[in-house]
Design a binder for this molecule. Structure first.
Ligand SMILES: [Zn+2]
Ligand SMILES: [Zn+2]
Length: 553
């Protein structure tokens, strides 16, 4: 009997972001990606959400390495947190590792890092795994599909992908190798990106965006042009640079991550811009506006990004006015719409003309739509299939697509974060869940638990009421208070009446309890809480946080 293989999904299944999976064979583990998810407005004060790293930390001695499939934050963002707990080699392409290197340097972990470059087509033995790395097209250069040759057959992990047949760098997804693997030895299990599984048709080639951008720059020949896009979308940067060159403009990168990525991408050869075409932000004032094409961060309305500053009028480098055209060369990611809207409004208020992907095709997705997914399925003909990378509805759409293509329902599994599957001679089966808890990170405070988050929710929605009482537990006497203080509960002038009512009720309850010989603080605290809580709710129909202190003295 060949040794079974286990896969534990630690993030990315059920919500977009924080991708992380652990593959396990003969007791050894390889981690596939370790990303983070940016927190939405429903998590007050949280900067990022990490995969459930506890499971990995508990199994640290068995972990061999991490494979970084590509350099997006949702695949490499949590690496510093993981490497703080265990030192592991990280495998990735030259560009991916360039981005990882920056993250580790920022975290002060670069000295101890062990970064191992892989090239397209390479086969490496990592622990018990024989890993083969194939090129794949996506909205960042140098991503990899991983084929794990195991005792249980080939496990093919698509990572994030689209099937762009005319990619900017000519580096196509290696469908012929996938087809060859499907023939011999066959693909036992496919794990594939589901992000756009609910969209019919195919995504457009990245190359088509270049012509649209050039046309736009031409149509705004007398104006300064500012293009915002993801700083990691190097192929988009290439096309903006080409459009600038074609319309006789200098390219001016603005924003820290934009400058850093341009530098790295040029260094490793995935971005080609001639020196004489690049200008520093300091020089913008010396250039004629119609000869400038600024490329900047902020397409998602990120609060500290270059474009957001321009919209607020506090950019160090340029002030936006009525001779500027601003192109948003990215769709807002779900959850960012409001932030993007306020940046657009800020720019419009300053007189700029705003062009976005809702009006003209200045963006295409990096994720496969239904036709592309069907192509992957028909080329790989997997025996088993698990949709990965997507919100739950995307995973379901991808499952349905596989069934529509004729897969047996018994061979398609819907898994979520925390789920553990086992592939053995008997087939694929669900073992159960290892938790899949979220780990929340607040930039200034560190890791947060669910309790703090719960408190922030209550505070944010209902405010708080605090009640302080001082008692003498020997003489069973009320010494001071109750003092009632509140914030964010109700408006004045009604507030005063409510606070007095709470104080009166608490005083009566405490005196009654003391007369009844209740002489421990804990019981008194409970009585105060209960009394205050019911008065607060009866009078205002709200449940603010109650902060109760009963002290002696
Ligand atoms: Zn990606
Ligand atoms: Zn992703």
């Amino acid at each position: 009997m060949a040794s079974p293989l286990r896969i534990t999904f630690l993030g990315g299944l059920g919500q977009i972001g924080r991708n992380c999976a652990a593959l396990e064979s003969e007791g050894r583990i390889v981690v596939l990606d370790c990303g983070q998810m940016f927190a939405g407005d429903d998590l007050p004060g949280v900067d990022s959400v990490l995969p459930d790293l506890d499971w990995l930390i508990n199994n640290a001695r068995r972990v061999e390495a991490v494979i970084a499939t590509h350099a997006h934050e949702d695949h490499i963002g949590a690496l510093p947190y993981l490497l703080r707990h265990m030192s592991l080699p990280v495998y990735g392409s030259v560009f991916t590792l360039g981005m990882v290197e920056h993250k580790l340097r920022e975290a002060g972990l670069l000295d101890s890092a062990d970064l191992r470059t892989i090239n397209d087509g390479d086969r490496r033995r990592i622990g018990p795994f024989d890993c083969e790395f194939l090129p794949v097209t996506h909205s960042i250069p140098s991503g990899n599909i991983t084929a794990f040759h195991t005792a249980q057959g080939v496990i093919l992990h698509s990572s994030d992908f689209k099937l762009d047949l005319t990619p900017i760098d000519g580096r196509r997804t290696d469908l012929s190798r996938i087809g060859a693997l499907a023939q011999d030895p066959g693909i036992r299990l496919l794990l594939a990106d589901s992000t756009n599984a609910d969209l019919p048709g195919s995504s457009r080639s990245e190359k088509e965006i270049g012509a649209v951008l050039t046309e736009l720059l031409r149509n705004h020949a007398e104006r300064r042009v500012i293009v915002a896009c993801f700083a990691s979308h190097i192929h988009r940067l290439q096309q903006v640079a080409d459009a600038a060159l074609a319309t006789n403009r200098m390219l001016v990168p603005v924003g820290l991550s934009m400058l850093r990525n341009v530098k790295l991408a040029r260094k490793v050869g995935v971005l080609r811009i001639a020196d004489h075409m690049l200008r520093d932000a300091e020089e913008i004032g010396d250039l004629e506006p119609q000869r400038v094409c600024v490329i900047c961060t902020g397409s998602q309305g990120e609060p500290k990004a270059a474009l957001t500053r321009m919209a607020r009028g506090d950019s160090r480098w340029l002030s936006v006015g009525d001779n500027d055209t601003v192109i948003f060369s990215a769709h807002p990611i779900p959850g960012n719409e409001a932030a993007v809207g306020s940046v657009r409004n800020g720019l419009a208020r300053r007189g700029a003309k705003v062009v976005h992907s809702g009006q003209i095709d200045v963006h295409t997705s990096g994720h496969a739509q239904q036709q592309e997914l069907k192509t992957l399925h028909s080329v790989s003909v997997p025996q088993f299939f698990v949709p990965v990378h997507g919100e739950y509805s995307h995973l379901v759409a991808h499952r349905d697509l596989a069934l529509e293509m004729g897969m047996d329902p018994a061979t398609v599994f819907l898994a979520e974060d925390g789920d553990q599957l086992e592939l053995s001679d008997a087939g694929l089966r669900m073992l159960g869940s290892v938790g899949g808890e979220h780990l929340y990170v607040d930039g200034t405070v560190g890791d947060l638990g669910n309790e703090v988050l719960g408190d922030r929710h209550v505070l944010g929605n209902n405010g708080f009421v605090s009640i302080h009482v001082a008692v003498d537990l020997e003489r069973l006497d009320l010494l001071a208070g109750p003092d009632v203080v509140s914030r964010g509960w109700v408006e004045q002038p009604a507030l005063l009446g409510h606070e007095v009512a709470v104080a009166d009720a608490v005083e009566e309850a405490v005196l009654r309890a003391l007369r009844g010989s209740v002489d421990d603080r804990e019981r008194l605290s409970k009585i105060v809480s209960k009394t205050a809580g019911s008065v607060v709710f009866e009078r205002t129909r709200r449940r603010p946080m109650l902060v109760v202190s009963v002290r002696e003295g």
